[in-house]
Design a protein. Structure first.
Length: 202
């Protein structure tokens, strides 16, 4: 079978913030991230909370809390300490979500909060999954003026991409040959057959 050549189409509230001890961590929380906070037996305090440009997130019963630069485990320990002042033995789970835009050849393009531990294929599934016309060999990660081409099969997880909130994942369309490989293969087979027949007549 003739394998076609794949082509790519390039493309707040007025309350003083609670300032926990900050640790500058390159993979920590950044403005634009979302904190998914789950407090066992406290459904009214469970939810998703945006990290604002000033580095704070407005959390239940605490108000604005400085969270920028924190890793989830460090923030979890600090929140357990704070919530222990009003709750008895609070059980807390924190999940860091990056807000990214997924566009191109996916079923429902848009802005989505994604877990950095997700596989890239899982992130595309959040956007409804890739269309049959999607070129998954050349997904483009856009960050400002920088563009990086990614092969979905080779990308282990979003963490390997050092994903930031505000990043864009653009799924391009396959080239014409790739989208019409059956037609192309048929034409090539016909040409070869005609050429072979012509040679037999020489």
């Amino acid at each position: 079978m003739i394998r076609p050549l794949l082509l790519a189409a390039a493309l707040m509230q007025a309350v003083p913030a609670i300032a926990f001890g900050q640790t500058a961590v390159s993979d920590g929380l950044r403005p634009g991230d979302v904190i998914k906070l789950v407090i066992w037996r406290e459904l009214d305090m469970t939810g998703e909370f945006l990290v604002h440009e000033d580095g704070t997130a407005v959390l239940p019963r605490l108000g604005p809390v400085v969270v920028v630069g924190k890793e989830t485990e460090a923030l979890k320990r600090e929140l357990v300490e704070e919530y222990s002042k009003t709750l008895r033995n609070p059980s807390i789970e924190i999940i860091l979500l990056r807000r990214i835009t997924i566009t191109g050849q996916v079923r429902t393009p848009g802005l989505y909060p994604v877990n950095p531990t997700m596989m890239l294929t899982d992130a595309l599934a959040v956007a409804g999954g890739p269309l049959p016309s999607a070129d998954l060999d050349k997904v483009i990660l856009v960050r400002g003026d920088e563009r990086t081409t990614i092969n979905v099969e080779e990308a282990l997880s979003l963490r390997n991409l050092s994903l930031h909130s505000g990043d864009q994942l653009y799924v391009p369309e396959k080239g014409w040959i790739a989208r019409n490989w059956q037609l192309t293969a048929g034409l090539i087979a016909t040409v070869l057959s005609v050429a072979a027949f012509a040679l037999t007549k020489l």
